[in-house]
Design a protein around this ligand. Structure first.
Ligand SMILES: NC(=O)C1=CN([C@@H]2O[C@H](COP(=O)(O)OP(=O)(O)OC[C@H]3O[C@@H](n4cnc5c(N)ncnc54)[C@H](O)[C@@H]3O)[C@@H](O)[C@H]2O)C=CC1
Ligand SMILES: O=C(O)C(=O)Cc1ccc(O)cc1
Length: 375
């Protein structure tokens, strides 16, 4: 039982929308209010019952709530806080989902009265896709969710928020604000920068025309570069200090590697590659992907017209919801493969069965990485 009976989510996009959907999935019995400047997002959320009421007027939306969740991009915080400050109930708890926490505490201290309980939050899950239509009730399942209390935070507030995070299906991790910003610079912001630079290297080297040859490696290392540029612009500036430090380290490491290569230090080059492999291999398989648990099937379809229609028809007829579908043009050594992603193990089993019956040849199953045989 969480101590919040009326929750308002400001920003009904990917992260805010997923909070509403996850609350509904968990059977939350309180009221869920959605606020957004976009009428369309509110209508979509209302239409599927994710929220009880939607408001474009933020001041109206926050009246009589006991929990406010800020889920807009960091660059809009100040404006949003100015719009709600006067209307906030006295005993309200305010939290957020922003990717950087130090700057948020600063803005909050300038815009809200000190008597209001604020605790920063940051779910370590997301997607390169934005908007309510990308939201998922499963987004928080088994994800780590940082909470950053401050010296004014009451024990009951942090306990209430921990329970709230658990209700979403996530694991609360209480961490100091500064440490949070150091951690995310290293595991999220610098990797994002690296992905951006790798993608842009094709442009700089005038090699955009090489894109058709791109294989899984380039796709994997640059996937996050497809994230919302505006959101990431905010993140880079709001966590500037930590990111600048990360850039220094990355620059030094590149320089060191360059010298090893120049000097033909093959043993040390190998040692670098081995160390990275050990670290990469130690990341648990259960670690959150962008969109959580998806069960992938890769289906060989040859190279014939109409095959996509046949496949989706079989799935539709059997009431199986395809969460993602992708034509794999550039799988080395193979042609005509389609990847479909299902939301659950049960759906995956069902899909396997009906596709086989429909004459499709299934070659790969994520998580097991095994040939499941041809029909
Ligand atoms: N996208 C991701 O993977 C993750 C994002 N975050 C954080 O979550 C926050 C939101 O990100 P997303 O949900 O991805 O963005 P989004 O673009 O999907 O959603 C943002 C929503 O806020 C609304 N909005 C923008 N300005 C507004 C305003 N002034 N008043 C009312 N509504 C407004 C937009 O209409 C949109 O519906 C960001 O602060 C980001 O740092 C945290 C973890 C992961
Ligand atoms: O970057 C990652 O590792 C993601 O999985 C998605 C994401 C983007 C921004 C965040 O603040 C947190 C998570």
């Amino acid at each position: 039982m969480i101590p919040f009976q009326r929750v308002v989510i400001i920003g009904m996009g990917l992260i805010g929308g997923s909070i509403a959907l996850a609350l509904r999935k968990a059977g939350y019995e309180g009221e869920i209010i959605g606020c957004d400047s976009s009428r369309q997002s509110l209508e979509e959320a209302e239409a599927i019952g994710a929220i009880d009421q939607g408001y474009q007027d933020l001041g109206e939306g926050v009246k009589e709530v006991d929990l406010v969740i800020l889920a807009v991009p960091l660059g809009y915080y100040r404006q949003v806080l100015k719009e709600i400050a006067e209307s906030l109930p006295k005993d309200v708890v305010v939290t957020d989902v922003g990717s950087v926490k130090g700057c948020v505490e600063e803005i909050i201290s300038q815009e809200l009265s000190q008597s209001i309980q604020f605790v920063g939050g940051h779910p370590m899950t997301g997607s390169e896709k934005g908007g309510f239509h990308a939201a998922s009730p499963f987004l928080y399942e088994n994800a780590y969710y940082f909470l950053t209390p401050n010296p004014y935070t009451k024990e009951e507030t942090i306990e209430g928020l921990k329970d709230f995070v658990k209700l979403l299906g996530a694991f609360p991790v209480v961490v100091e604000t500064k440490q949070h910003d150091e951690i995310v610079a290293l595991i999220s912001h610098i990797p994002h920068l690296a992905a951006v630079l790798l993608a842009n290297m094709l442009d700089r080297k005038n090699s955009i025309s090489y894109i058709p040859f791109v294989g899984g490696g380039f796709r994997d290392t640059t996937r996050i570069a497809a994230g919302n540029p505006k959101m990431w612009q905010d993140i880079f500036f709001y966590n500037k200090k930590e990111i600048l430090e990360g850039i220094d380290t990355l620059g030094e490491m590149l320089q060191e590697f360059k010298v090893l290569l120049q000097d033909d230090e093959s043993e040390e080059v190998l040692e670098n590659l081995q160390r990275a492999k050990l670290i990469r291999d130690s990341i648990p398989h259960t670690s959150r992907d962008y969109i959580p648990p998806l069960y992938d099937l890769i289906i060989d379809v040859g190279d014939r017209p109409g095959v996509l229609g046949e496949l989706t028809q079989i799935m539709g007829k059997n009431n199986i919801n395809i969460k993602e579908i992708e034509i794999l043009h550039a799988r080395e050594g193979e042609t005509g493969a389609i990847r479909i992603a299902l939301a659950s193990k049960t759906e995956e089993e069902k899909a396997l069965h009906v596709l086989k019956q429909g004459g499709f040849s299934l070659t790969y199953r994520k998580g097991e990485g095994q040939d499941v045989g041809n029909k």
